[in-house]
Design a protein around this ligand. Structure first.
Ligand code: LLP
Length: 441
């Protein structure tokens, strides 16, 4: 147990999250349900914020990457912690605005932002747009001109760092669809182009090397490379970047193959990154840039669990045992996409020893609809409440209505009390946008 542990086993032998009995939660709210521990979310936001205050004289901003989990309540939490948010679509931006989020602290990302998304951003006076194509440079410049403003922008560059993570979540390799590569001169050319635009104010550069990364060294190498690039640009064009946005990507614990990091580990990682930036600023005679970090997974991932009810159990003797739950790839597609591993428990029998290896199957009509493969559990029975841990990031946000299943509700727990933050869907929600043309009736 460390200070970030949101989970306990209580004296009934039940799993407890944020001071609430998970079995009780399942009874009140039904399953499947996403459960988030507010204290855990705030602790993570604070550790990054305090590290920048303490070791970088508050010269920076923590920006929660809301693609990890976006709903109005999470923006309200971020706002109350005084941090920024990153959005990657009109939908995330709209949610943040409707939650009353201070738009000057919003960063907008995306490799192909749509005209209507950029318009929504600029009409709402978004703080910073992170440019990722020539087309976008022109569109943002034009919209800013129409609105009579000068828009703050960053350019996403690609420093060519390979981080050790799943290839689909690596984003700064030279062949990535994201960013302008430093090595082939593309990053410098786009910089010159942006500098020529009257309605854009270039603040600096952004890079994001990938996700679920544990090697601090990868972040340091990326930061050094971007600082070297800033120095080159200053020499070649006279423009000195005042912002360095190093993206997110800090890893979390999913199962025992992952380290379980303490708050101080996240602090140390960020501190090392800060030191690397300071050293490079000194080496090149640059000002220390305003430092932006964009953690998503590490803020929300371990704060969330998903509760399911065990249904069918299929024992293929000597081959495999499936325990099916009332959810599946529609609430958590990460096994199907990345063969992700999770820790699974029986919330109503949390102190019982694990006696068998099973695979947890969803209810979709698809063999690959699995939540976890070969995990240890006590002998599960229909009706048991299953908890899958560390599902706070990229579960709800990647959920779908596949097979016309409901996207589960989400609740927030704090000091033993729970509140809906996303209400359950109904069958009417499922057919809400369906239309049967007259001639088919
Ligand atoms: N900033 C940018 C520009 C990003 O693209 C991302 C994530 C982040 C920040 C936040 O990274 P984090 O701190 O959450 O690692 N669906 C995948 C993850 C995709 C991450 C995409 N970009 C998954 O389920 O693992």
């Amino acid at each position: 147990m460390n200070e970030r542990d949101t989970l306990k086993v209580n004296n009934k032998g039940h799993l407890e999250i944020g001071g609430m009995d998970a079995v009780e939660i399942a009874k009140i709210y039904g399953t499947p349900v996403y459960v988030f521990d507010e204290a855990h979310i705030r602790n993570m936001m604070r550790v990054y914020k305090h590290t920048i205050e303490k070791f970088y004289k508050s010269n920076g901003l923590v920006v929660y990457a809301s693609k990890a989990f976006s709903c109005m309540a999470v923006y309200a939490i971020a706002q109350s912690e005084g941090i920024g948010v990153d959005v990657v679509s009109g939908g995330e931006l709209y949610t943040a605005i409707k939650a009353g989020f201070d738009s000057s602290k919003i960063y907008m990302h995306g490799n192909n932002k749509l005209p209507h998304e950029l318009k929504l951003a600029i009409d709402n006076k978004i703080g910073t747009i992170v440019l990722d194509s020539y087309r976008e440079v022109d569109m943002v410049d034009e919209l800013a001109q129409q609105n009579g403003i000068i828009q703050n922008v960053l350019i996403r560059i690609n420093p060519g760092v390979e981080a050790h993570t799943h290839e689909f979540i690596q984003t700064a390799r030279t062949d990535s669809k994201f960013g302008f590569s430093v090595s082939d001169g593309a990053a410098q050319s786009i910089t010159e182009y942006v500098l020529s635009k009257k309605n854009l104010r270039l603040r600096g550069f952004h890079c994001h090397i990938g996700s679920q990364i544990f090697e601090t060294q990868s972040f340091i190498i990326a930061a050094r490379k971007v600082m070297d690039f800033i120095a080159i640009i200053k020499k070649e064009t006279g423009f000195e970047s005042d912002t360095l946005n190093i993206g997110g990507g800090f890893g979390i614990w999913y199962n025992d193959e992952d380290p379980k990091l303490k708050l101080s580990d996240y602090e140390n990682c960020l501190k090392s990154l800060i030191n690397a930036v300071k050293e490079k600023a000194q080496e090149h005679g640059l000002n220390e840039p305003f430092l932006v970090i964009e953690p998503g997974r590490s803020i929300i991932g371990e704060a969330g669990i998903t509760l399911y009810t065990v249904g069918a159990i299929k024992d293929i003797k000597g081959i495999k045992k499936y325990v099916a739950v009332d959810g599946g790839m529609f609430d958590n597609p990460r096994y199907a996409l990345y063969q992700s591993k999770y820790t699974v428990m029986l919330a109503n029998r949390a102190s019982e020893p694990c006696t068998e290896k099973v695979s947890v199957a969803g209810k979709c009509c698809e063999s690959g609809d699995l939540i976890a493969v070969d995990v240890s559990l006590p002998k599960a029975e229909s009706g048991d409440i299953m908890a899958v841990l560390s599902t706070g990031a990229y579960n709800y946000s990647m959920a779908s209505n596949y097979n016309r299943n409901f996207i589960p509700a989400a609740i927030l727990v704090k000091d033993g009390k729970a509140e809906y933050i996303v209400k359950p869907q109904t069958y009417d929600d499922i057919i809400r946008n369906d239309v049967v043309p007259e001639y088919l009736k």
